[in-house]
Structures are given as structure tokens and as C-alpha cells.
Design a protein around this ligand. Structure first.
Ligand code: ZN
Length: 218
């Protein structure tokens, strides 16, 4: 459980110097699931979430928080002042999951296409042979044509197969480049590597010594 106290007094975790803010105005408390609750500490001018006065309410960075009639409290700023990037870090789970899924998709779809093209040389002469036998082999043009294709098909198959497998590195490269931009520490921007999100969460903090951003509750 993490507690962040907010108010005018210097002993608060987050000090706010505003005439309408009480000395010990409110506090933010996180539960075991990492959800945040805003509690009013019997302040003179009240605490408001989305325009409604509250005593205790669950809040997210999307909520508008006001202390007294005028002071807007930036929830994300408050968390960052405690080096707490839990909310931003949570959003990275989707980034990793999407990347992992996309990578498998590219690899398997290319494998399928490559195999398809590579099987062409073996399938095509059979099909041509079938057509020739149906058409009757009295027509010499068909025979010559089928012989020609029997030679050409393997060449085309090998060529197309090779071209398809050459596409894999390019597509994977594009995916990896984007992943390196998106999968970064929300505070210092360091690329987190090809490491599953769950493993990073278990580390709880950014490993960069100058950063140490908090990613998950201890
Ligand atoms: Zn960091």
C-alpha cells in the first residue's frame, strides 16, 4: 500500500501552495491491485472529482481532481513526484502482447507462402499432365508445352519461394523498429528489450540507475 499526502504543510508528500488548499488537504492511497483512492482529510474547502465533492473515491489519471474551488490537481504529476509510473507501465502490456502476436503472425504466414511456392514445381507438372491426358496426346503442341512447363515450373517455384522468404527479415525489421520506439520506460525512455512484460513487472523498477522509476507495487 502506498500513501501520498497532499496539502500546504511542508511535511506532505506533495506540497501545494494555494490559498484554498488546507494544510493537510487530502491523500491518495493505493490498494493491493494498484488502484488509487482519493480521500479528503476534512479539508476546509473540500475535494472534488469530476465536479462532485467526495470523501473517498477511486480515481484514475483520466479524472479531473479539484482541491477547493480553484486548484486543479494533476494526478499523473502527483504520481510522478513519487517516481511512480505504475499507471503508464501497465499500458506497456498491450504493446508487448501486440508485438509478440504480430511476430508469430508474420513468421507463420511467410512460412506458409514460402512452402506454397516451393511446392509449385512438384504440383504443376502433375496438373499439366492431367490437362494433356484429358485433351488427348494427339496434339503435339500440348506435349511440348507441358515439357516446357515441367522445366520452367521448378525455376519459377524456387524464384518465388526465395523472394517470399526474403520478405520476412524486412517485415520483422519494421515490426522490431516500431517495438523499440513503443516499448520503453515511461520515465527515461530506455528500450526495455525483447523481455515479456510480466518479467519486467516482477523487477518492479527501471534498471537504469539514474531513473529507478517505479513500475509496480512492492
Ligand atoms: Zn527508466
Amino acid at each position: 500500500m502506498t500513501v501520498i499526502t497532499i496539502g500546504k504543510a511542508p511535511d506532505n508528500d506533495y506540497v501545494v501552495n494555494h490559498p484554498q488548499v488546507s494544510r493537510h488537504h487530502a491523500r491518495l492511497v493505493s490498494d493491493e491491485q494498484g488502484c488509487w483512492f482519493l480521500e479528503d482529510l476534512d479539508s476546509s474547502n473540500g475535494t472534488f472529482v469530476n465536479g462532485v465533492q467526495i470523501v473517498r473515491k477511486r480515481v484514475t489519471p483520466a479524472d479531473t481532481i479539484r482541491l477547493g474551488a480553484e486548484y486543479s490537481l494533476n494526478f499523473s504529476e502527483v504520481l510522478k513526484s513519487k517516481n511512480d509510473y505504475t499507471a503508464e507501465f501497465k499500458a506497456l502490456k498491450k504493446v508487448y502482447d501486440d508485438y509478440a502476436r504480430e511476430k508469430v503472425k508474420i513468421q507463420s504466414s511467410n512460412q506458409f507462402k514460402t512452402r506454397l511456392f516451393q511446392s509449385l514445381p512438384f504440383a504443376l507438372p502433375g496438373i499439366i499432365g492431367l490437362i494433356v491426358s484429358v485433351a488427348g496426346n494427339s496434339n503435339h503442341g500440348w506435349v511440348i508445352g507441358s515439357l516446357l512447363l515441367t522445366v520452367l515450373a521448378p525455376v519459377a517455384g524456387i524464384y518465388l519461394g526465395a523472394r517470399q522468404s526474403a520478405k520476412i527479415p524486412q517485415q520483422l525489421q519494421d515490426l522490431t523498429n516500431q517495438f523499440k520506439i513503443d516499448y520503453v520506460c515511461p520515465k527515461c525512455g530506455t528500450f526495455l528489450g525483447d523481455i515479456p512484460w510480466e518479467s519486467l513487472r516482477n523487477k518492479k523498477h527501471c534498471p537504469v540507475s539514474s531513473c529507478q522509476a517505479k513500475w509496480a507495487d512492492d
